[in-house]
Ligand binder design. Structure first.
Ligand code: ATP
Length: 248
């Protein structure tokens, strides 16, 4: 490809608990300004790939034992998740981790913690997040734990946006949401990509929706990339149609 990768994952292997080999040589290129989808069924290794990039495997007794992960051409494997956030890479975890006892707005403000410029720009960013998620503005004073699944997903993405990320790793945004809400969330992802220039790498089991919104896709099976291509080509591919597009 002529597009230079912003994020490059080169042939990584991931092992859990010293013995369970889960990623068996995964390579991906994520171009700047794109939406790249990581597809595949349950247990294929999507979450593991995202956590390898954001260095969140250690707490699960997992480690990258081979290969390299480069961001802007530099190795990022030894950086802490917080260092990565300050370099512009943030993960939105599966299951929309919001602080349940905080209000929606307090949750959003926790996302600004890595910024060095206090005051005005945080307020501006809050308004920016509310402009994409008007529903969050309406619910700003509600305790996050009492908001709906869709609102919590919005809150998790909104909180990530508060760190002014260059790249968001988004894990299974459709999980547990009604189709109409899934569509809304993906519409917002697309707008954030086009209007704010945010690069996305998103893991999705919902191949249908992911391939409509992404530019490029990688399909994982049992810890290996079995196919990759432009989203439009994957949508027309007979194997993808048979094995993935029927599912969701
Ligand atoms: P899902 O949609 O369920 O999240 P996934 O494609 O994201 O699927 P992973 O969560 O990355 O898949 O899991 C890949 C494999 O790694 C699975 O077989 C899973 O059982 C295994 N695995 C995940 N986490 C651990 C862990 N902490 N210890 C051992 N094995 C794990």
């Amino acid at each position: 490809s002529t597009e230079e990768a912003l994020l490059a994952v080169n042939n990584i292997e991931v092992i859990y608990n010293h013995v369970i080999l889960v990623l068996k040589g995964v390579s991906l290129n994520v171009p700047k300004g794109g939406i790249t989808a990581l597809l595949g069924g349950n247990g294929a290794g999507k979450t593991t790939t995202l956590k390898a990039i954001s260095n969140l495997l250690r707490s699960e007794r997992g480690e990258v034992t081979k290969g390299s992960i480069l961001y802007h051409g530099e190795r990022i494997q030894d950086l802490t998740p917080a260092d990565l956030v300050s370099r512009g890479v943030i993960q939105v975890m599966e299951g929309r981790h919001c602080f349940e006892h905080l209000t929606v707005e307090e949750n959003l403000l926790t996302g600004a913690y890595t910024r060095r410029d206090g005051g005005k720009s945080v307020k501006d960013d809050l308004e920016m997040v509310y402009s994409y998620f008007p529903r969050l503005k309406e619910r700003r004073s509600s305790q996050a734990g009492y908001t709906s699944g869709g609102e919590q997903q919005m809150c998790a993405i909104g909180r990530a946006l508060m760190s002014r990320p260059e790249t968001i790793l988004l894990d299974e945004p459709s999980m547990g949401l009604a189709p109409q809400l899934v569509e809304q969330i993906f519409d917002i992802v697309k707008r954030l990509n086009e209007e704010q220039g945010v690069t996305f790498l998103l893991a999705e089991q919902n191949t249908n929706v992911a391939l409509r919104f992404a530019h490029y896709g990688y399909i994982l099976e049992s810890g290996r990339v079995v196919m990759d291509g432009a989203a439009a080509d994957l949508r027309e591919n007979p194997d993808v149609k048979e094995f993935y597009l029927g599912m969701s």
